[in-house]
Design a protein around this ligand. Structure first.
Ligand code: DGL
Length: 360
């Protein structure tokens, strides 16, 4: 009997060690989710030995392996809703999760607001079957924004601005979440959410265009005009797309007194706490990162491709839920093109180091 107990506890501890060494799966439609990954690689809000909430000079995710997937071939995700293709988008989002689960991910992070807005429930249902928890970015972003003292308005309620993809805004996910959270907090004052769907901004960031900053500022001005028209001072704006922290400097320059909230910090904390509660934080010493992207399938008819070799917009947004064609394939992201590399290393030094294999 004693031997059996020893054998069973040996198997259990071996299983939990193996599971804690599995990777954390992070996904987005492109490089935007790397802004969340950067926070996960650098955050130090907890003591790694006692798990108390206090910095100890060691990254909280020390020793973790990460698998990042960017569904570049199908992006921008933010445009599917406007084409009436939200059901197809949901299928893409679940496929992203399936890919990471097939790589034995122990936890999933949807590092994309649009995918969180349209697919969080579905991905949670799917990952629960593998006993894997999923963290999204929207609740985390709202919780952070509501801790900002300047978000409190004259009536004792909250005034929050949201810049996001047209698809995220169309889902009303931010508005709904702000209303839910403030209700839970027992807020009785006015709760105002001003939203701006920033068409073209995520794709401009993805392409590394200087135009991205211009588009960001124009959209911020349009958002501010909505608050001005309602005579409400706008002091807190959520960057509701993971591509937007890349243009934070331009936005901050335009509006130095506005607090732009990046949900990635709270998202990283949420994922950390979920792993801690399940006893799944890695016991390893060295972190690692593997990046995968989707590309159009090599044997695809050229008529579906544009001059850059990407799926044409007609093709992307013409597909519907019954479409059985396999349009894309996944490949490891071995080398980053020079323009994107510059862009990433400027804004995301920790990710950039890992991409270059300098994670010693
Ligand atoms: N990064 C994604 C987000 O946070 C969206 C980009 C896209 O439209 O694909 O919403």
């Amino acid at each position: 009997m004693k031997k059996l107990i020893i054998a069973v506890s040996f198997v259990i501890s071996f299983y939990s060690y193996a599971k804690s060494s599995s990777p954390i799966g992070v996904f987005d439609s492109g490089i935007g989710g790397m802004t969340v990954l950067e926070k996960m690689l650098t955050i130090d809000n907890f003591d790694n030995v006692t798990f108390e909430r206090k910095s100890d000079g060691r990254p909280d995710f020390e020793g973790e392996s990460f698998i990042y997937f960017g569904d570049q071939a199908n992006m921008p995700y933010g445009d599917y809703a406007a084409h009436g293709k939200s059901e197809y988008l949901k299928r893409l989002i679940v496929a992203d999760a399936e890919f990471l689960l097939s790589k034995e991910a122990k936890s999933l992070v949807i590092a994309c607001n649009t995918a969180t807005a349209w697919g969080l429930t579905l991905v949670r249902e799917r990952s629960a079957k593998d006993d894997v928890e999923t963290t999204g970015v929207i609740e985390a972003g709202v919780r952070s924004a509501l801790t900002e003292p300047t978000a409190v308005n004259a009536s004792g309620g909250f005034t929050i601005g949201v810049m996001a993809t047209p698809g995220t805004i169309a889902s009303s996910a931010y508005e709904r979440t702000v209303k839910e959270q403030t209700k839970k907090m027992g807020v009785t004052g006015k709760v105002l959410v001003f939203s701006q769907g920033c068409a073209g901004l995520a794709d401009a960031v993805e392409a590394g265009l200087v135009d991205a900053e211009k588009i960001a500022v124009e959209n911020f001005r349009a958002l501010k005009a909505k608050a001005d028209a309602a005579k409400e001072p706008l002091r807190v704006v959520i960057l509701g797309c993971t591509h937007y922290p890349f243009v934070l400097d331009a936005l901050q320059n335009e509006a130095p007194n506005v607090k732009f909230v990046d949900p990635s910090l709270a998202t990283a904390e949420e994922c950390y706490l979920s792993l801690k509660n399940k006893g799944l934080l890695s016991k390893n010493k060295k972190s690692s990162l593997k990046v995968f992207i989707s590309v159009p399938r090599k044997d695809l008819d050229k008529k579906f491709l544009d001059e850059n070799g990407s799926l044409t917009r007609e093709c992307k947004y013409g597909r519907d839920i019954n479409d059985k064609t396999l349009w894309t394939e996944v490949k490891p992201y071995t080398s980053v093109d020079a323009a994107k590399n510059n862009f990433i290393s400027r804004a995301l030094p920790a990710v950039s180091k890992m991409l270059k294999g300098e994670n010693k």
